[in-house]
Design a protein around this ligand. Sequence first.
Ligand SMILES: O=c1ccn([C@@H]2O[C@H](COP(=O)(O)O)[C@@H](O)[C@H]2O)c(=O)[nH]1
Length: 276
Amino acid sequence: MDFLAQLQRAERKNQSMLCVGLDPEPTKFPGTMRGEPARIFDFCARIVDATKDLVIAFKPQIAYFAAHRAEDQLELLMAHIRRVAPEVPVILDAKRGDIGSTAEQYAREAFERYQADAVTVSPFMGFDSIEPYLRYPGKGVIVLCRTSNPGGSDWQFQRLADVDGQPRLFEHLARLAQTDWNRNGQLGLVVGATFPAEIERVRQLAPTLPLLIPGVGAQGGDAVATVKAGWRPDAPIVVNSSRAVLYASAGDDFATAARRVAMETRDLLNSARSTV
Ligand SMILES: O=c1ccn([C@@H]2O[C@H](COP(=O)(O)O)[C@@H](O)[C@H]2O)c(=O)[nH]1
């Protein structure tokens, strides 16, 4: 089953547009786990077990594992998700971008070592830096477009004088992803929940692509405005929240608290859908 079909199936089964981001930071772990990088797998597995029926996807961010020499725990976690939630796709947030020969290795890391269903990539180096990922049939490739951070405007809002209509860079990217670049039919775009107006613009330019939308929760993005701007019945949105779910409680009830926040966020997103 390809990435798009996996998203549609999980959205239907779990009635959810929520993606729980797995950004483990040992200093924020509860109780005896606190400050223990060796407990990264245990912490994340508890979160997965507590939220797996509430999500459209999980999104581990690779830096949180690599920074603690915990890539082996990421491998274990990926296997755990496949075992306990086989219907939930996993997006490896790696934001890779390099020349083709190196991109081949990054693609191999994401899709063979970790067996991710999709990976995030940076488009800064152009199409040949993305093409190696598209050689994996059915795998999702999610291109940074209008990121959730304020500094994203430094580049993404620049106008392209040589392109018809002089679009802003993120608009040009959205158009390319919907058309010429989408060679395996599994491209998606990252658009921040902190910028609903741009989500709407991207949705105009890329009407059928899945959108990965980080920025609700800790970054303060507007969940309701996000759904109104981006959700369409035939184009999934994957709305990510990491810290607000993971660290909903600093106590031993952290998994129960994570489930409560995930459920509230899922329900809020769903309630906004009825207004589209
Ligand atoms: O534009 C982007 C792209 C990726 N991210 C990632 O999403 C999560 C957000 O975490 P929160 O704790 O919910 O703020 C994190 O892994 C980022 O690396 C993003 O925030 N914005």
